[in-house]
Design a protein around this ligand. Structure first.
Ligand SMILES: [Zn+2]
Length: 140
């Protein structure tokens, strides 16, 4: 059996970061037939989470049985086009004035604040603060 990841998050309960449950779901999935299969949303989130943790692409690739090239492609896309990250469920709209970061569980009252918060997981603070959020569609 392929071991997806040995990393265990401690937090439990409603405030547990959503990424922890998403990674649990991914661990429960059957191993990929091939490292070169197209990756799904869960795997993309796992890759982003690894990048956020500062893990090397080869390590992320090993951890999730994904090719290193795929991990590098996701990383390059993120740094070339930071707003592309909002194509995935990284900001969870939990209700009026409640936007939650999928990676750490922190909530913000405004979507744009939460988006900048998410960007700050990947970019230096001053860069994250100055990225033009433009016309990002509302998160639902
Ligand atoms: Zn966060």
């Amino acid at each position: 059996m392929t071991q997806r990841s040995p990393r265990i998050r401690q937090a439990r309960g409603p405030d547990r970061p959503l990424i922890a449950s998403e990674l649990d779901r991914l661990r429960e999935k059957p191993p990929r037939a091939s490292k070169n299969e197209p990756i799904d949303q869960l795997e993309r989130l796992a890759i982003l989470n690894g990048i956020r943790d500062g893990d090397a692409p080869s390590r992320i690739a090993r951890q999730w049985s994904i090719s290193t090239r795929t991990v590098e492609r996701v990383r390059t896309r993120l740094y070339d086009d930071p707003l592309s990250i909002f194509g995935y469920h990284v900001v969870i709209h939990r209700g009026k004035g409640d936007y939650q970061c999928v990676f750490c569980g922190e909530s913000k009252s405004r979507q744009s604040r939460c988006q900048r918060h998410v960007l700050a997981h990947f970019f230096a603070h001053h860069i994250a603060q100055n990225i033009d959020l433009g016309d990002i569609p509302e998160v639902f």
